[in-house]
Write a protein that binds this ligand. Structure first.
Ligand SMILES: [Zn+2]
Length: 245
C-alpha cells in the first residue's frame, strides 16, 4: 500500500489496517531509488504474507538491503529473523535493542507478558539474530536518495529509536511506539517502560519538525505530522501526561 512517493506500508495487524498477521505492527518500506529499506519487521508469525505485500509494492526484493528496528518488542522485531533470511538484510538497531535481538531473549523483549496475555501463542518463538549493526543517536545513514537519521527515543522501551527519513522534498518521522496519531503514547507494565524518560523523549521529538508522522500502529499523517507532537507537548505543558493507548 503506497502512501507517498517513497513510502509503502507492507505489513499491519489488528492495531492497524489488517494487511498481514494480526500481531504485526506497521512495517514500512522506504524506496530510496537505487536502494530501499524496511522500518520494523512485524512479529514474524506469517513472513510470507509480508513478502507478498513487498512484492505487490513493486519494489524489487534485491533493492531492499537494510532493516531498521525501533525496539525489541515482538510485534516490531520478531519478524527480523525471517525477513533477514528471505531478503539478506543488514539489521540496524540501538546497542540495547541489538543485545536483546542477538540473545533472542523473550523476557527482555517482554514476550513472556505477551504470551501470558494471549497476544502470542505459547509456541511462538522470538528468534535470535547473529549480527545487528549498532546505530547511534544523530547518526545518518544513506539509503539511495534518502538519508535516515537516528533519533534516540527511550521511554516506551529500552533503546527505543525513531528514524527521520529525509530527501530534498520532505522529512518523515517513523516513531515506532513512541508517539502515535493524536499525540498518544503507550505506557505498559513492562520492566523497561519509564514515564520520566518518555517525557524527556517527547521534548526531544519537538526539536525534529517533520512532514509525515508514521507510527508503529493506528493511523498516520502524510502532512503536518508535527501537530501530533505538539498535542502531546501541550498536555505536558498543562502539567499532565499525553493520553495513553
Ligand atoms: Zn512496543
Amino acid at each position: 500500500m503506497r502512501v507517498t512517493e517513497r513510502i509503502h506500508l507492507v505489513g499491519s495487524g489488528s492495531y492497524g489496517f489488517g494487511l498481514t498477521h494480526h500481531s504485526d505492527c506497521h512495517i514500512w518500506l522506504i524506496d530510496g531509488g537505487s536502494e530501499a529499506a524496511l522500518i520494523d519487521a512485524g512479529a514474524g508469525v506469517d513472513t510470507p504474507a509480508v513478502l507478498a505485500r513487498i512484492d505487490a509494492s513493486g519494489v524489487a526484493r534485491d533493492r531492499i538491503r537494510r532493516l531498521f528496528v525501533t525496539h525489541a518488542h515482538a510485534d516490531h522485531a520478531g519478524g527480523a529473523t525471517g525477513l533477514r533470511t528471505a531478503l539478506g538484510l543488514d539489521v540496524h538497531a540501538s546497542p540495547e535493542v541489538g543485545a536483546i535481538l542477538r540473545a533472542g531473549d523473550e523476557r527482555l523483549a517482554s514476550v513472556d507478558i505477551g504470551k501470558a496475555q494471549g497476544t502470542y501463542r505459547p509456541e511462538y518463538v522470538y528468534g535470535a539474530l547473529d549480527t545487528v549493526e549498532a546505530v547511534a543517536d544523530r547518526q545518518r545513514i544513506r539509503v539511495g536518495d534518502v538519508e535516515i537519521e537516528v533519533v534516540a527515543t527511550p521511554g516506551h522501551a529500552t533503546g527505543h529509536t525513531a528514524y527521520l527519513v529525509q530527501d530534498r522534498a520532505r522529512s518523515d518521522l517513523f516513531t515506532g511506539d513512541t508517539l502515535l496519531f493524536g499525540g498518544l503514547i503507550i505506557l505498559q507494565n513492562t520492566w523497561d517502560c519509564d514515564l520520566t524518560t518518555h517525557l524527556a523523549t517527547m521534548r526531544r521529538l519537538g526539536e525534529h519538525p517533520h512532514d509525515g508522522l508514521f507510527p508503529g500502529h493506528l493511523a498516520f499523517s502524510v502532512s503536518d505530522g508535527s501537530r501530533h507532537v505538539r498535542t502531546a507537548l501541550a498536555a505536558m505543558d498543562r502539567g499532565g501526561i499525553p493520553p495513553t493507548l
